[in-house]
Design a protein around this ligand. Structure first.
Ligand code: ZN
Length: 449
């Protein structure tokens, strides 16, 4: 998948784009690669031998970023095609500026064998809009009882490198230790959904003042922090790589900061929604109170947590942004709070939310965004051909983004099969104008090609 060459056809000249927010430059794309970066490239045809068709994409004012990479996407196929399919999810990903996503394993059947991960990988290839790298389950059926066929999944055509029981925590310390030891053989990583199950039995939202007032069972920060602490120690003990999914509390940030200070190979992600939204929305929001659109795992936390997460993403304690795009059909979401499914969609709004939370606040520049939404997630996932600089000879995975616009979020036009976005009614900045996967436009002028 990663080493596939370009699709040939016309060369594309992207004119006047600001690469990583820098000075305007032209990007010539040919045969799936960046052929040349410079100025007035169209004025020097002699340097491009042979007759060719050059398609011009005007990009004045647009930021060029390496195609975004998501470490944490729920595509729901196989099993819940009513919520999302690989086809609709990769369309949403392309519209969000993504050129690669990691598809979580909590499908039905669970992606715990070479057969299932290859099925998901093939569906991604067929979609053609975005590379799909399956995540393999850590334990058989996500049951937390015995290890899945990690080696067979790593050796399969899908070349799985990220393993996770996401949706569930690998809470058994012995199993977690074994998984961490096992993945070392093929440079894999265990991505932990840190949620101590006994401390979160029946939990409905962040444990705090708001949950107390609303009478909803609280989800304490310590349930996340206890597992992160344990797993950092385990990873250090066996000398393996650990990745922590969707960090949501200020305390978790402190623990990860400590683990990194020891030199341990621990990485972490934060979701866009945990960078912007807080638990008081459950009590009072533009869409009323007790609206399950805000029900998510891990739960929305407090303002202090949001601020700590932003700082941690800026200073590198948290390595990257991952969407945790979690589509659910209307009937699973538009119901009473206690019965509603947990999760939010996020692929089509991720870059806008990151701009709002991190760029508009001065915490990150565009180079920093590229690092945290493309380069680093590609590195953690060991995904070759993505997260590369926009330079001659590199694969032409490129996102063109207009940061200057601002508009009300309208999910009506989303490509995702689900509509459970928490941002409806909010105004967010930015617009993905174009996405190129190995030189082929998957999105042009903000629309799927
Ligand atoms: Zn999760």
């Amino acid at each position: 998948m990663d080493e596939r060459n370009g699709t040939g056809g016309a060369s594309i000249l992207i004119r006047g784009a600001r690469i990583l927010g820098g000075e305007p430059a032209d990007i010539l794309v040919r045969d799936g690669l960046v052929a040349e970066v410079g100025h007035d490239l169209e004025g020097r045809p002699a340097e491009r031998p042979g007759p060719e068709l050059v398609e011009i994409v005007e990009a004045a004012g647009l930021i060029a970023l390496p195609g975004l990479v998501d470490l944490h996407t729920h595509l729901r196929e196989p099993g819940r095609e009513d919520a999302e399919t690989v086809e609709t999810g990769t369309r949403a990903a392309a519209l969000g500026g993504y050129t690669a996503v990691h598809a979580m394993a909590n499908t039905d059947p669970v992606a715990d064998t070479a057969g299932v991960v290859e099925q998901v990988w093939r569906l991604g290839q067929e979609s053609g809009r975005c590379d799909v790298r399956p995540v393999g389950a850590v334990t058989v059926g996500l049951q937390g009882e015995r290890l899945a066929e990690l080696g067979a999944m790593a050796d399969s055509a899908a070349r799985v490198r990220v393993f996770s029981d996401d949706g569930k925590c690998v809470s058994d310390a012995v199993l977690m230790r074994r998984a961490l030891e096992y993945v070392k053989a093929f440079d894999g990583v265990v991505a932990q959904h840190a949620q101590e199950p006994r401390l979160t039995a029946g939990a409905q939202m962040n444990e705090g003042a708001v949950s107390g007032r609303l009478g909803l069972t609280g989800w304490p920060a310590v349930a996340e922090e206890a597992i992160i602490s344990r797993d950092c120690l385990l990873a250090a003990h066996v000398g393996s790589r650990l990745h922590i999914c969707h960090v949501s509390t200020a305390g978790s940030v402190e623990i990860i900061r400590w683990a990194k200070s020891k030199g341990w190979d621990v990485t972490a992600e934060v979701t866009p929604h945990h960078l912007l939204l807080t638990d008081d929305l459950v009590e009072d929001s533009p869409v009323g109170s007790y609206n399950p659109i805000y029900k998510v795992n891990p739960p929305l936390r407090t303002r202090a947590d949001v601020m700590a997460l932003r700082e941690a993403l800026a200073d590198g304690t948290i390595d990257c942004v991952a969407t945790d795009h979690a589509p659910h059909p209307v009937e699973d979401k538009e119901t009473e709070w206690a019965a509603a499914a947990m999760g939010m969609i996020g692929l089509e709004t991720a870059l806008a939310v990151v701009q709002e939370a991190m760029v508009e606040t001065g915490l990150l520049d565009w180079a920093g965004v590229a690092e945290r939404m493309s380069r680093t997630p590609a590195r953690i996932g060991r995904l070759a051909g993505h997260g590369r600089p926009i330079e001659a000879g590199e694969p032409a995975n490129i996102t063109l983004y207009d940061p200057s616009v601002r508009a009300a979020v309208d999910p009506a036009g989303y490509a995702s099969k689900s509509r459970n976005t928490p941002y409806e009614g909010l105004t967010l900045p930015g617009r993905v104008v174009a996405t190129f996967l190995r030189g082929r436009p998957t999105v042009l002028d903000g629309k799927l090609t």
